[in-house]
Ligand binder design. Structure first.
Ligand code: DGL
Length: 246
């Protein structure tokens, strides 16, 4: 049981940014990473569709005896985690959400930009979070297509997309990266917005996972393997995933 794997899911390779944080504090676990390329991007899908995709991945993780699952995807967390938790009651499930509470805790009065997929921004779950921690100085920016451009590693298009979509007039001080793909583009965002502070949910997810495994006495004492699956069996994604993990 202790050495059973931990399943990590995302619509693509973006969840690697979360896995990297997890590996910093849980290096001796065995991981199965599932990238759902066939259905990428999730950010423009309906709640029903996202539930179906994630439910399918959960079945795979259960067959592989996963002791815990991490939704390394803000969109899947926002739209499907509540229903998935109801269906799979006996497994630890940790989700990620835009780190807006961190702004409240550490940078309350700062001019803030929250970037996320359209599905996340429009979700009830994010709306509750936003209203709970609203600092009255925040712009919400839904970024259709951005995760997809990052997924395809198309830097020229990413740069012109960001130039077009990022607000120019306000002096943004804090950016919440509310999609797990976006931390891969920190430098590009900084180049356009200047010296800003980033927040994302990766560290919090890692800590939460560790706490839950400890509570249930499920921490592994040896291991450290990472296996990658892609729903479209894309070998290019696999090599990029391992490259990004270095
Ligand atoms: N990486 C995901 C997220 O955190 C999903 C991106 C997408 O597929 O649209 O929201």
């Amino acid at each position: 049981m202790k050495n059973d794997p931990i399943g990590i899911l995302d619509s693509g390779i973006g969840g690697v940014t979360v896995l990297k944080e997890i590996l910093k504090i849980l290096p001796h676990e065995n991981y199965i990473y599932y990238s759902d390329s066939i259905h990428n991007p999730y950010g423009e899908k309906t709640k029903k569709e996202i539930f179906q995709y994630v439910d399918h991945i959960m079945n795979i993780f259960i067959k592989k005896n996963c002791k815990a699952v991490v939704f390394a995807c803000n969109t899947a967390t926002a739209l499907a985690i509540d229903d998935i938790r109801k269906k799979y009651e006996n497994i630890i499930i940790v989700g990620i959400e835009p780190a807006y509470k961190m702004v409240y805790d550490h940078a309350k009065n700062k001019k803030t930009l929250v970037m996320a997929t359209p599905a996340t921004i429009q979700s009830e779950r994010f709306s509750s979070l936003y209203h709970l921690y609203d600092n009255g100085n925040t712009t919400l920016l839904a970024c259709p297509e951005l995760a997809n451009l990052i997924e395809n590693d198309d830097h020229i298009k990413i740069h012109s997309y960001l130039k077009q979509i990022l607000p120019k007039e306000d002096q943004i001080e804090v950016v919440v990266l509310g999609c797990t793909h976006y931390p891969l583009m920190k430098e590009e965002i900084k180049n356009i917005l200047g010296d800003i502070t980033f927040y994302d949910g990766g560290k919090g997810v890692a800590q939460r996972l560790k706490t839950l495994l400890e509570e249930k006495n499920l921490l592994s004492n040896h291991g450290g393997s990472i296996r990658f699956y892609d729903s479209a069996n894309r070998k290019d994604k696999e090599s990029r995933f391992y490259e990004l993990l270095k």
